[in-house]
Write a protein that binds this ligand. Structure first.
Ligand code: ZN
Length: 268
């Protein structure tokens, strides 16, 4: 879901500040050493697995406390073509199950599946209890990590009578030109696997056969890595909502996305 519903509360905690350390402490150096050893161990353990040596970006849309800081969430960022809000709260089901929670659950399951296949995973957020980051920052995190492919996970707030999932693809804008073709290949594999492996139909109200190019979103506009965003279903539709809130569907969705990533990266 990409349009902002009204804010739900007035509490205003500030987003976590980014603090640059003035000096590199011995403890930080030790941690860096440990981290490089653990990276080496990871590489050894992963060799032979289908995603060994691959880096995958996972962007679970929104965040669980975006509602608590409307000033921050509504501030304008440049998305490569136009100004848009830093982020939004996302949508929710009639029963109050939030899109942010759904996105986080599927993103966590997906990260676990990808790691089990040998990939290193770069997440744009690390829990569902925070605010942000902004959509342009998410793109920068994935670009800076030079991930081999990235997926953003959402669920839509579409018309009550509309069903199904949509994969949103980038449109060439200069910044993303070099990754348009691989993004379309990935989007197509993702559409196929999600359709056949989750039981969710392609959207009846958005895109064509489950695919929709979008030129108004930071994730699509600013990406320099192969990228697609999936709206996994329509939270405003009762049939879709009943599926989306279950752990079994969330795990199935994560598995289908992981399979699409593996297929895409093995073909490259
Ligand atoms: Zn969303």
């Amino acid at each position: 879901m990409l349009a902002p519903p009204p804010a739900q509360a007035q509490q205003l905690p500030q987003p976590a500040a980014m603090v640059a350390p003035a000096t590199v402490s011995r403890a930080a150096k030790r941690n860096a050493d440990t981290s490089s050893h653990s990276t080496a161990r990871h590489a050894k353990r992963a060799s032979g697995l289908p995603l060994a040596g691959k880096v995958v970006g996972v962007d679970p849309g929104h965040n669980g406390r975006n509602w608590s800081d409307p000033t921050y969430i509504d501030h304008q960022i440049w998305n490569g073509r136009q100004w848009e809000n830093c982020n939004t709260t996302g949508t929710q089901t009639d029963g109050g199950y939030t899109e942010a929670r759904f996105n986080w659950n599927v993103g966590s399951d997906l990260a676990a599946d990808l790691r089990a296949e040998g990939a290193r995973v770069v997440l744009t957020r690390h829990n569902n209890d925070g605010v942000g980051p902004c959509v342009n920052t998410r793109a920068h995190i994935l670009n800076a990590a030079h991930v081999d492919v990235a997926v953003a996970i959402h669920a839509d707030g579409g018309p009550v009578g509309g069903r199904g999932f949509t994969v949103l693809e980038p449109v060439a804008d200069g910044i993303n030109n070099r990754v348009i073709k691989p993004s379309y290949r990935f989007a197509s594999v993702l559409r196929n696997d999600f359709r056949t492996q989750t039981g969710m139909p392609v959207s009846t109200y958005d895109g064509t056969d489950g695919l929709q190019p979008r030129d108004d979103l930071a994730g699509e506009n600013l990406t320099t890595v192969p990228y697609a965003l999936i709206e996994c279903g329509n939270m405003r539709n009762a049939t879709d909502a009943a599926m989306l809130v279950t752990a079994s569907f969330q795990k199935r969705a994560a598995r289908a996305i992981a399979n699409a990533i593996t297929t895409f990266l093995r073909r490259r």
